[in-house]
Structures are given as structure tokens and as C-alpha cells.
Design a protein around this ligand. Structure first.
Ligand SMILES: Nc1ncnc2c1ncn2[C@@H]1O[C@H](COP(=O)(O)OP(=O)(O)OP(=O)(O)O)[C@@H](O)[C@H]1O
Length: 300
């Protein structure tokens, strides 16, 4: 199976939200990373056929979405950012309803509903109204409904946003279970969510792919640019203003800083093995730091 995006663009008035994206996707989990407004949701909505591209094409196994028509949608499972649950439905009613929307027979709907509620560990709560569910339970129900039609392409837009760490781990495991032999695209701001389960990383900035890399080699480009240095409080403050500090750890009276920078931030700094989070901050540090109060980009 192959999903090909070819020169995909989406223009909102004068704003180019997705700008000439091309990629061939084969089964595997793709982590779609980017800062706010990078174009992730727009890209996913085009793949799901909710938004029409301004130009470019989407092909599944060589055939365009238009050629495949309704058949294209039978391959898709989609969990949008703000899933519209019906608060007065129970989980079981909701699953049966979604199964009917997706055109399953009532026998198939019942069998699948029970199996999937079991898989996402909601079986005991299946007759409780959704309005009584926690955020994590709703997200588990959201991913369960994507599986009703056995999709071969699974699109998950920020599925772990707002979940506590325990629920995030649980949710990640569910995604791994569901991901077998599928093309899974998972967008998130939470780098650790994809570092555990993604086979490849697609990093987006201002509508374009900065990087498309297998997980095994994704950080190679910043090798030699991630540093640690042990400093006193005064230098720690100064370095936090001047550099992109990824981590800060107090050790006795000193502070160990982890810094992403082209050159050594100090003579006594030493390089360390880069992580996906370092890579994310290497590309988006400026935006993240601006949200936090900023570092002086020109000072380093
Ligand atoms: N309907 C629209 N009309 C005009 N501009 C839009 C519309 N939808 C999105 N945009 C703009 O397009 C750009 C990409 O938005 P998009 O929601 O795809 O980004 P994103 O990476 O998913 O961001 P987030 O992580 O915040 O959801 C942003 O600048 C956004 O303001």
C-alpha cells in the first residue's frame, strides 16, 4: 500500500497553509511534528478529503482520490482534534451509531463494538454516558471508533493533547496495537509521544516539510550541536537568555544545562547524544522560547 502526496498546496486567501508537500507513505507510524500553525491539521484534513487542495494530488496505490471516489473513504480512519462526541450517548450507543454511519451491518456493528471497547479498556464503562468520561477515556473512545471500518490509513490529530502522563502511555500502546500494517499519521506537539512509537518523522514548518527521516537517523543532522555544561546560577541565567536551553538540572550548587547550538556555548561544554526533543527545539526553539519569554537569538 502506498499513499502519495504530490505537490500538495492549500491556500487560505493569501495565506499558504500547506506549501508544495510531496511524500510517499508506506505502512508505518509517522510522527507529524511542528509548532502551532505549521499546517499539520490542514494537511491531515486534505488527506481525509475534508478540505480540497488548492493544487497537487493525493493518490492511493496509484489512483487519485477522485478516481477512487467513495472507495477512498473506506480506507480511512480519522480522529480530529476536537472530536464531536454526543455527551448523552453511552460509549456503546456511540460506537453503534458510528458503525451505522460507516455502513456496517448491525451484526458486524455489534461484534466490532464489543471487541473494540474491550481493546481500549472501556468495556466496563460502556453503558455510562460519555459526559461522565475523563479526557483520556474520551480519547480512547475516539480511537476505537476509527477502527470500526478496519482502515488502512489512520489519521490522528493531536490525540494525546490534555492527557496526563499515565493516560498518554496507555493511549500510545493502543496506537501501537492498532498500527499494524497501516499508514498511521500522528500529529502532536508532544515529542515524547512520537519518539516511542514512530517509525519516521515528518517535521513541518510554515507549510513545508523541513525533514522527512526514518526514526533511526532523524537526529543525525544535529550530532555535534547538542552540548552540556555545568555552571553556577549566574552563568545559568546568562546562558538561558543567550542560548536554546533544552534542559536544566540542579546539582548541588551548580546547574547542568543542555543546550542546542551550532558552536560550543563555552570552552568547558561537551557534546552529548542528540534526542528528538533536541531536534525539535533546534528547529522550533525560537518559537517555543518566544512563548516562554525569549532568548536573545543574536547573543550567541
Ligand atoms: N480556515 C482557515 N482560514 C484561514 N486561515 C487558516 C484556516 N485554517 C488554518 N488557517 C491558517 O493556516 C495555518 C496552518 O493552520 P493549521 O491549523 O493547519 O496548523 P497546525 O499545524 O495544525 O496548528 P495547531 O498545532 O495550532 O493546530 C495557520 O496559520 C492558520 O492560522
Amino acid at each position: 500500500m502506498e499513499l502519495q502526496l504530490q505537490h500538495l498546496c492549500k491556500q487560505y486567501g493569501s495565506k499558504c497553509a500547506v506549501d508544495d508537500i510531496s511524500v510517499n507513505l508506506v505502512p508505518g507510524v509517522y510522527g507529524l511534528l511542528g509548532a502551532n500553525g505549521a499546517g499539520k491539521t490542514t494537511l491531515m484534513r486534505m488527506i481525509c478529503g475534508i478540505l480540497k487542495p488548492t493544487s497537487g494530488s493525493i493518490r492511493l496505490n496509484g489512483k487519485t482520490m477522485q478516481e477512487l471516489g467513495e472507495q477512498y473513504y473506506t480506507h480511512l480512519g480519522y480522529m480530529p482534534q476536537d472530536f464531536g462526541f454526543y455527551p448523552d450517548f453511552t460509549a456503546r450507543e456511540f460506537m453503534l451509531y458510528m458503525a451505522a454511519v460507516k455502513g456496517l451491518s448491525s451484526k458486524e456493528a455489534r461484534t466490532k463494538t464489543e471487541k473494540l471497547l474491550d481493546m481500549v479498556n472501556l468495556h466496563d464503562m460502556a453503558d455510562k454516558k460519555i459526559k461522565s468520561y475523563s479526557g483520556g477515556m474520551k480519547q480512547r473512545l475516539g480511537i476505537a471508533q476509527t477502527e470500526l471500518n478496519d482502515p488502512s490509513i489512520l489519521i490522528l490529530d493531536e490525540p494525546t493533547a490534555g492527557l496526563d502522563p499515565k493516560e498518554r502511555v496507555r493511549f500510545r500502546n493502543i496506537i501501537s496495537d492498532f498500527a499494524k500494517e497501516k499508514i498511521v499519521i500522528l500529529s502532536t506537539h508532544i515529542v515524547s509521544d512520537v519518539s516511542y512509537i514512530a517509525d519516521a518523522i515528518l517535521m513541518m514548518k510554515q507549510g513545508r516539510f523541513l525533514l522527512q527521516e526514518p526514526m533511526s537517523t532523524v537526529t543525525d543532522g544535529i550530532r555535534g550541536k547538542v552540548w552540556e555544561v555545568l555552571v553556577d546560577d549566574r552563568r545559568a541565567d546568562e546562558y538561558s537568555r543567550r542560548f536554546c536551553v533544552v534542559n536544566l538540572h540542579h546539582e548541588n550548587n551548580k546547574v547542568r544545562l543542555r543546550i542546542v547550538n551550532e558552536a560550543a556555548p563555552a570552552a568547558d561544554a561537551y557534546t552529548v547524544e542528540p534526542s528528538l526533543e533536541d531536534l525539535f527545539l533546534y528547529h522550533f526553539g525560537e518559537e517555543v522560547q518566544n512563548e516562554r519569554g525569549g532568548y536573545d537569538e543574536n547573543a550567541g
